[in-house]
Ligand binder design. Structure first.
Ligand code: HEC
Length: 189
């Protein structure tokens, strides 16, 4: 697969997501109530810490953006019961049409060791940023596993991959690189 081409696809997506998040109100009032809550909360077990860390990582590394239907549209206000259950929204390009998998089903039959080996070597089709998952530390991938497992299996499988030239089920984004891409769009600065 042609990597510079993939980077072209990823950049506008990241810009779009950044633009969306800038319109959210900034929370300002949390400092003192948070301090009080921390002082009175019971001590967390290491397992709780791992799950909480995994939730944080899933939230900030964007897994929900694709793997949770409607997540970006709702500014992330989606019930955790629906997180990572996959999406019917496809990504159509030269690779065919891919759909973000239901990760809660993908992980259902895995133990931690299996996940660590799998995620360290994961190679998918676009538009999944598999390189980002592979680059995560073992501790971060352990935490994500603990969190996703804590959600339990749920939902139904995402639509199956459709090869190039075959009719894919809508809806999908169609990702087309213009024939004469301007130099700036090709990454020149
Ligand atoms: C830009 C959209 C996007 C983002 C962001 C994204 N994924 Fe994906 N992911 C996909 C798509 C699409 C597929 C299906 C790829 C294919 O069909 O080969 C996929 C596939 C996967 C798979 C393989 C699942 C299977 O059953 O085959 C795993 C595991 C995965 N993603 C984990 C993650 C994790 C963890 C994150 C967050 C760090 C994440 N993804 C972020 C779009 C995305």
């Amino acid at each position: 697969m042609n990597m510079p081409f993939l980077r072209l696809l990823a950049a506008p997506l990241a810009l779009t997501l950044a633009a969306c998040s800038q319109s959210s109100p900034i929370a300002t009032a949390a400092a003192s109530p948070l301090a009080t809550a921390t002082a009175t909360a019971p001590a967390q077990t290491p397992a709780d810490d791992l799950v909480a860390r995994g939730e944080y990582l899933v939230r900030i590394t964007g897994c929900n953006d694709c793997h949770t239907a409607g997540y970006a549209e709702a500014q992330g206000n989606v019930d955790k019961a629906r997180w990572l259950t996959g999406s019917p929204l496809g990504y159509k390009g030269p690779w065919g049409t891919t759909y973000a998998a239901n990760l809660r089903l993908t992980l259902a039959d895995m133990d931690e060791a299996t996940w660590l080996a799998y995620s360290a070597e994961l190679r998918t089709r676009p538009i999944m940023p598999d390189f980002a998952l592979r680059a995560m530390s073992v501790e971060d991938r352990r935490a994500m596993f603990a969190f996703i497992k804590s959600l339990g299996p749920g939902g139904t499988p995402a639509p199956a991959y459709v090869p190039p030239g075959q009719t894919a089920a809508a809806p999908y984004f169609e990702l087309v690189l213009p024939a004469a891409a301007p130099a700036a769009a090709a990454g020149a600065r």
